[in-house]
Design a protein around this ligand. Structure first.
Ligand code: HEM
Ligand SMILES: [Cu+2]
Length: 582
């Protein structure tokens, strides 16, 4: 379909800005593997410190890129399926809020004032602009939901008996999850962290902050993932040359995500002492609930691919795998999606280890974790994002892809890089190699008494994988930005691959309306989170003063020195004496 120039521009910027920033993210990815393997024994390189780089890496790759993309892709799917464009004032306001927020946070990180990692746990304190930037990015990403919901209600009035297109359902489910979960992090940032970072409140309740963060943080991973799921259900079967096996399966999976995405965040806090065992067990069980939509998806997609392969002449039981268009430059999106799905098998399996209370003790805070999530967020999520960005850009600009044959092998190179990288990280994790640690300074420095030779092969493997990933990342930039520099040769249009459905079940009202699901979502949330939050408020230890990453002594301001801080919390002046640091 034809779309207005304004919407086209919006989509270009929302894809282009985070992809340009991604160059910083990918650079630091490579650097981390270099520091960690002991190739260098420095705390910083090119004026950027390890933790500053790690913060930039996590925030840009996992938060900025994913959020901008979800919004751009949401505009594209809603416009394409509802055949109507979103309100431009809302869409551009959202864009500017996200961009200004990203700019503020980027300034804080690049100037070294917010090396607090993308989880920004207190008592580490970042510059107030970091928190403000994050809040603006989030609020900006909320706005389109209200406009899309309005468009959907109008569409439904005219099409009451028509099933809501799966992609529209997915986008609305995703942004509903996003809206609900970000309320918690907005509260954390605006009520707990900002006043504390400004020095207005002397201490902060660390457990409460962490609990609110993970209320958001786990749902965040589904917010990353659902755009990829939308592509898997509504595009992959078509790209493979077949049909979606069941439309209803997709609907059920999406609604189950609405129920299970948020009330499981405590599985990131299995080691937090203030939260009681019962809540950990309950949320741990709910976590396994997410396995249901995942298996529904795995079987539905496998059946859809089998159908495609058999249509192309496959005969034997698994012969269909050999008949799929893996290297067709005209269907390069297939390559990105199938490569991501392949990585996701390992991402899912390692995730089951993390989610199991006892096993989690073995891998907690080890390199196993980044080994796992580079096969999820840097796997299917990342590949779907970069593949779809190239696709959407090329269609809506009317430009041909630069180096199409390179484009179609990028996802496979990435898979090779990740598999080597994650093998090194996971193996290292199992023999105690910590995450979030610049190992080259000590553990992988032969001159240091802490030198740990067992971690030489594991970190070297991660380095080898990191180099391949970095080179693949550079190839992607050449293809994407090379395409941008080309001349328009076709009519610019908005077009998405649309899969027909093999079993197009008749409309079941329960699976075509939001209300019952939203109510159930609210109920499970209250059940799962009321006790967790009560624990966090009741079992709070001493409130934590502010620390910066470079100093074991808390930051304190002129006027809090010598004054006793509020009830039960530490007296920062006792610890610091007269030391004053701003
Ligand atoms: C060249 C490609 C990449 C390399 C070599 C790489 C490498 C690494 C390494 C070694 C770590 C762990 C550092 C530590 O814990 O000390 C890490 C963390 C992380 N990476 Fe990557 N990565 C790459 C791409 C990506 C992508 C594409 C994403 C997401 C879309 C991503 C998301 C993350 C996140 C969220 C963390 C955790 C940060 C933290 O612990 O605060 N990475 N990466
Ligand atoms: Cu989680």
């Amino acid at each position: 379909m034809q779309i207005s120039k304004s919407l086209r521009r919006l989509i270009y910027w929302e894809l282009g800005i985070p992809l340009a920033l991604l160059s910083i993210g990918i650079y630091h990815g490579l650097m981390q593997t270099i520091y960690r393997s002991g190739v260098i024994h420095q705390s910083n390189f090119a004026h950027l410190d390890y933790y500053q780089g790690l913060t930039l890496h996590g925030v840009i790759n996992a938060v900025v890129l994913t959020t901008f993309f979800a919004v751009a892709f949401g505009h594209a799917t809603i416009t394409f399926y509802l055949k109507k464009e979103p309100n431009k004032i809302v869409a551009w306001t959202s864009f500017w809020l996200m961009t200004i927020g990203t700019g503020l946070a980027a300034w804080a990180m690049l100037s070294g004032k917010a090396s607090v990692l993308y989880t920004f746990y207190p008592p580490l304190k970042g510059h107030p602009f970091f928190y403000l930037g994050a809040a603006l990015l989030i609020v900006g990403s909320w706005l389109p939901l209200f406009d899309w919901a309005r468009m959907y209600v109008q569409w439904k009035k005219v099409n009451a008996e028509v099933k809501t297109p799966l992609a529209v359902l997915g986008t609305l489910v995703n942004f509903t999850i996003w809206f609900v979960c970000t309320l918690a992090v907005a509260y954390e940032v605006l009520v707990l962290l900002l006043p504390w970072a400004m020095g207005w409140t002397p201490t902060v309740n660390v457990t409460l902050a962490r609990t609110l963060f993970w209320f958001f943080g786990h749902a965040l991973v589904y917010f990353w993932l659902l755009p990829a799921y939308i592509m898997f259900y509504t595009m992959l079967p078509k790209l493979a040359g077949g049909k979606l096996f069941s439309d209803l399966a997709g609907r059920i999976a999406l609604f189950l995500f609405l129920l299970f995405s948020v009330p499981v965040g405590v599985h990131h806090q299995f080691s937090d002492p203030s939260i009681s065992k019962g809540i950990k067990l309950f949320q741990g069980l709910l976590t396994f609930g997410v396995a249901i939509p995942s298996f529904i998806t795995a079987f539905t997609l496998a059946a859809s691919l089998e159908y495609a392969g058999r249509k192309r002449g496959a005969k034997s039981l698994l012969g269909f795998f050999g008949k799929l268009p893996y290297l067709d430059p005209n269907r390069f999106l297939f390559a990105y999606l199938i490569a991501g799905l392949f990585l996701f098998i390992f991402g899912g399996l390692t995730g089951l280890v993390n989610a199991s209370g006892q096993l989690n003790n073995v891998v907690h805070n080890t390199a196993w974790l980044p080994g796992h999530f580079h096969m999820t967020v840097a796997g299917p999520v990342f590949l779907a994002i970069i593949g779809m960005s190239t696709y959407l850009y090329s269609k809506t600009s009317g430009k041909r892809i630069f180096l199409p044959k390179v484009n179609v092998i990028i996802p496979y190179l990435w898979v090779i890089g990740i598999l080597i990288f994650s093998t090194g990280m996971s193996w290292g994790g199992l023999i105690g190699e910590p995450r979030r640690t610049n190992l080259g300074l000590t553990y992988l420095n032969p001159k240091d008494p802490l030198f740990t030779p067992e971690w030489v092969p594991t970190t070297m493997l991660a380095l080898a994988g990191g180099i391949i990933m970095f080179i693949t990342g550079v190839l992607f930039f050449i293809v994407f930005f090379g395409t941008m520099l080309r001349k328009r040769v076709q009519e610019p249009i908005l077009e998405l691959p649309v899969s027909e459905v093999l079993h197009d079940e008749k409309r079941i009202p329960l699976f075509d309306q939001f209300k019952p699901w939203l109510v159930t979502m609210g109920l499970i949330l209250v059940l799962a989170y009321t006790p967790a939050l009560i624990n966090a408020v009741k079992n709070t230890g001493p409130g934590a003063p502010r620390f910066t990453p470079d100093n074991p002594v808390p930051v304190t301001t002129e006027n809090s020195v010598g004054k006793t801080v509020k009830n039960g919390s530490v007296n920062t002046s006792e610890i610091t004496g007269k030391l004053v640091k701003k």
